[in-house]
Write a protein that binds this ligand. Structure first.
Ligand code: SF4
Ligand code: SF4
Length: 236
């Protein structure tokens, strides 16, 4: 437990190391069972499209939950984490209540977010849009999405930061009043994701801005995005 807390403090990554970080995904994080794994078998590593699986270790920030590694293993040495799905109205309500009390305590009842698409495929953007739909409705708890970075307490960034958007993202960050919280949403924003090796991809938000929270997934669910926002408020 102590090691986990130390790693959270040092890595600035909230969602990656949490034992419940698979919550809200349709699939769990792959787990490699080293005791069953064949020495010198390269199949899972070769099949991983993002390079998240290296030397028989999976980096959750790069994983897109495709489960190619599970299917490629000849001895079934890879399984997935259990997924407590956040879909019931009770869980959504609980998230809302947590948001309400944190905003009241730490943010003078409101939080303003500037959302920036820094070259995503729009999958993550659809999920961000969903946090304001009637199911999640985070605006009722005091969160608002603002048009100007000058009014923002937090930047929510999707995409790997493509070359064309690098300067725009930097200028948006500079225009925010400091301190600014930065939340990277989705595998691309966390480390490049599926576009990691592409010539115009920027390798993720962490290479360009100081990130407070990484929310993995391709794309992450609205519930997980809300959890990322909550985690960022804790760090603010
Ligand atoms: S990206 Fe796909 S192949 Fe790579 S570790 Fe994740 S689930 Fe496995
Ligand atoms: S993480 Fe997945 S859904 Fe999000 S922008 Fe990248 S490819 Fe699209």
């Amino acid at each position: 437990m102590l090691n986990l807390v130390k790693s959270l403090i040092n890595s600035r990554i909230i969602t990656e190391d949490s034992t419940s970080w698979g919550e809200g995904f349709g699939r769990g994080l792959p787990i490699i069972h080293q005791e069953s794994c064949l020495a010198d078998c390269p199949k899972c590593e070769n099949t991983c499209p993002t390079g998240a699986l290296k030397n028989k270790v999976i980096n959750p920030r790069g994983c897109i939950f495709c489960h190619s590694c599970l299917r490629s293993c000849p001895v079934n040495a890879i399984t997935e984490t259990e997924i407590p799905v956040i879909s019931s109205s009770v869980s959504t309500e609980q998230l809302g209540q947590e948001l309400r009390s944190k905003l009241k305590k730490d943010c003078r009842r409101s939080l303003h977010i500037r959302y920036v698409d820094a070259g995503s495929c729009n999958g993550c953007d659809f999920e961000i849009n969903s946090v304001t739909n009637p199911v999640y409705d985070i605006q009722q708890y005091g969160i608002d999405f603002v048009a100007s970075p000058r009014h923002a307490d937090m930047l929510l960034v999707t995409g790997s930061v493509t070359r064309n958007l690098e300067i725009a993202l930097q200028k948006t960050y500079e225009a925010c009043p400091k301190p600014t919280l930065v939340v990277a949403v989705g595998a691309c924003a966390c480390g490049g994701g599926i576009f990691k090796e592409a010539y115009a991809a920027g390798g993720g938000v962490g290479k360009h801005l100081p990130v407070d929270v990484y929310v993995p997934g391709c794309p992450p669910t609205p519930a997980l995005i809300i959890k990322g926002i909550l985690a960022a408020i804790d760090r603010g």
